[in-house]
Design a protein around this ligand. Structure first.
Ligand code: FES
Length: 177
């Protein structure tokens, strides 16, 4: 290869590496457009997936009543919890039947009958049991199913803090051993 041929080959290689004006313009315009579009689109994407990004507020308990008010006789207490369903937030009123057991431990039962979901009440028949008005299911003070229902009443997760009873999530009855 003579000098002239070498020069032409080198020139060709350099030419291939250089960016053309058309390429430069399309990269610049493409980058600017993507940058400008990201401004309005990113917040929309963020809003669309926001409930999925939020961590579940696990273990959140609600203050319900002073411990001093709890007796061995079950009492009905109403309390409010914040509910989040996707983007919709609301407040729901819940009911718990709270009492102390023989050891003085506070526990709280759900009022939802495990037969078909009616609301149970304490001692409406003078038997010291929970009764369901719908199909006569009966439960012991611990929530143990005595008649009709095949399952015991559910329990709330209970926390005692600074003289108050706090209730958390509903869980299967742990008092049936
Ligand atoms: S729903 Fe309570 S007994 Fe049927």
């Amino acid at each position: 290869m003579n000098n002239n041929e070498q020069f032409e080959a080198e020139k060709g290689r350099k030419k291939r590496k250089e960016m053309t004006r058309r390429q430069f313009l399309s990269y610049t315009l493409g980058g600017t457009t993507a940058f400008l579009m990201a401004g309005p689109i990113l917040p929309m994407v963020r809003f669309a997936v926001d409930p999925l990004l939020k961590k579940e507020e696990a273990g959140e308990h609600v203050k319900v009543v002073e411990v001093s008010k709890i007796t061995t006789e079950p009492q009905e207490f109403k309390f409010k919890v914040k509910q989040v369903d996707g983007w919709y937030e609301s407040e729901a009123e819940l009911i718990a039947w709270i009492s102390k057991d023989d050891k003085g431990e506070v526990f709280a039962l759900s009022p939802v009958c495990k037969h078909l979901g009616c609301t149970i009440f304490w001692n409406t028949k003078g038997l010291n049991e929970y009764d369901c008005p719908c199909h006569d299911a009966r439960y012991s003070k611990d929530g143990k199913n005595i008649t009709v229902s095949r399952l015991p009443l559910d329990e709330y997760d209970v926390k005692i803090d600074n003289g108050y009873v706090y209730l958390g999530k509903i869980k299967p009855n742990t008092r049936m051993k």
